[in-house]
Design a protein around this ligand. Structure first.
Ligand SMILES: CC(C)(COP(=O)(O)OP(=O)(O)OC[C@H]1O[C@@H](n2cnc3c(N)ncnc32)[C@H](O)[C@@H]1OP(=O)(O)O)[C@@H](O)C(=O)NCCC(=O)NCCS
Length: 95
């Protein structure tokens, strides 16, 4: 059992009528912005396996590698984004 502080996304959805217009991406970007603001390093979620690549393209990686291929028994893949920005930290200490 993993135990670390994170911002966990419980549900995210775009109305069917307006999918594939960038709203989902905008929501994810806003969530990343909120996580940065509250100084949260990790964002986690359980993605439906059919949306695995959508999240992969948005900086999420699977916590359990095998789930990316076959999901868990609920059709979900536990994924995480790490907001640690090495360049930003270096810049902070350089200045
Ligand atoms: C997963 C979900 C939230 C994505 O939302 P969305 O608003 O359709 O997401 P986006 O429009 O940002 O991205 C979808 C695709 O639209 C296309 N797209 C994005 N912006 C676009 C734009 N401005 N114009 C045209 N196409 C665009 C892209 O191909 C993109 O996919 P890709 O970048 O992975 O190739 C949505 O499919 C959904 O609500 N599904 C039902 C509920 C669900 O399954 N939730 C997730 C549980 S894990």
């Amino acid at each position: 059992m993993l135990n670390f502080p994170c911002l966990d996304i419980a549900r995210i959805a775009t109305s069917e009528a307006v999918q594939s217009k960038g709203y989902g991406t905008a929501m994810i970007e806003k969530i990343f912005e909120v996580a940065h603001t509250v100084n949260e390093r990790y964002i986690t979620l359980e993605a439906l396996i059919e949306h695995y690549h959508w999240y992969s393209k948005r900086n999420f990686i699977p916590l359990i590698e095998e789930e990316a291929i076959q999901s868990n028994q609920h059709g979900l893949v536990f994924m995480m984004a790490d907001l640690y920005d090495e360049k930003l930290v270096d810049l902070y200490f350089d200045e």
